[in-house]
Design a protein around this ligand. Structure first.
Ligand code: ZN
Ligand code: ZN
Length: 319
């Protein structure tokens, strides 16, 4: 039990007085923005299918979409998740700021909000208080369908705001992160405008700007949203559980590449501060590879890599 206890959970424990789970309700403007930025990219994803047939997609659009997919996606997995939420490594100041900006460009919420929600997820995983567990409604087929929807995206529309003072006091005291947090709207605009700008300049046409805006902006954000949400829904429902975790987190291999290694979610819940989630043979973990490259350059340090002994201790059946 103590071996699986995460540093962030210790911070989250109410030892310093019982701070409430929530700090209030979202205001209406934020609530409308949440609907807009969740529903619009998804509508774009659906519109993408007829558009794909024969026109409106160039190799430049594909390249830009891939680039921004990796840029913002790794910002979430390496930055928001493994660095800011779990402190699985330390990063030099420019690297920290860069990762916070990259993560912001995934349009999943500002860094401090994301971290507070995610630490609450680990503190209560698959129990009352978990912001996005699929198991809160029961185990009948209907309850599971409802649970899947809630864990995947339903939870995002709930208006309770996770208490940042309780779950992310370290980041609230970090001036750089607070600054990036405040500029979230700017990075949201940039994540759609930058592909359009590059597409427009490279083809010297409005049409090139429009298709890049559509593919590398909206469609890319929509796909990335669903990949990230799949970790919360699918990876808490189906897959293998070779390691001891006190929840339903599972390793779901089909999402390994798309999710940058985050779908090795069973190991992650068994050992939240570990910098590598795909620890077994052949388990591709792009995020861990990037952290490894950054470490070689000296931009990050004190990386918590898995050790044989630790993994053996966490394995199911060994106690
Ligand atoms: Zn989880
Ligand atoms: Zn986590």
């Amino acid at each position: 039990m103590t071996t699986t206890l995460d540093k962030s959970e210790e911070q989250a424990s109410p030892s310093d007085g019982p701070k409430p789970l929530f700090e209030g309700k979202r205001n209406l403007a934020t609530q409308i923005a949440v609907y807009m930025f969740i529903v619009l990219p998804f509508a774009a994803l659906i519109a993408a299918v007829p558009l794909l047939w024969g026109w409106g997609l160039s190799w430049l659009d594909v390249g830009l979409a891939l680039f921004f997919f990796y840029f913002s996606g790794l910002g979430v997995t390496v930055g928001y998740h493994r660095l800011f939420t779990h402190n699985s490594f330390k990063a030099k100041r420019p690297m920290r700021i860069m990762l916070a900006i990259m993560g912001s460009m995934a349009v999943q919420s500002p860094p401090i909000t994301w971290v507070a929600d995610h630490r609450r997820h680990h503190a209560f995983s698959d129990r009352e208080g978990d912001p996005h567990s699929p198991w809160l409604f029961g185990t009948s087929p209907w309850a599971l369908a409802r649970g899947f929807w809630h864990a995947h995206m339903g939870w995002i529309f709930e208006r309770d705001v996770t208490n940042k003072q309780r779950f992310a006091p370290d980041l609230m005291a970090d001036k750089d992160i607070v600054r990036v947090n405040k500029l979230f709207v700017l990075f949201t605009v940039l994540t759609f405008l930058l592909p359009a700008l590059i597409g427009g300049l490279a083809t010297w046409s409005w049409w090139g700007a429009l298709t890049a805006f559509f593919w590398a902006g909206f469609v890319r954000v929509a796909i990335l949203h669903h990949v990230t949400w799949s970790t919360n829904s699918i990876c808490h429902m189906i897959g293998e559980r070779p390691f001891k975790s006190r929840d339903k987190a599972a390793n779901f291999w089909p999402l390994a590449i798309l999710s940058f290694g985050e779908s090795w979610h069973n190991l992650h819940h068994a050992d939240p501060t570990c910098a590598r989630h795909g620890v077994q043979r052949g388990q591709i973990d792009t995020s861990a590879r990037l952290i490894w490259i950054f470490e070689k350059f000296g931009w990050v340090y004190d990386v918590r890599w898995p050790t044989e002994q630790r993994l053996a201790r966490l394995a199911v059946g060994k106690d």
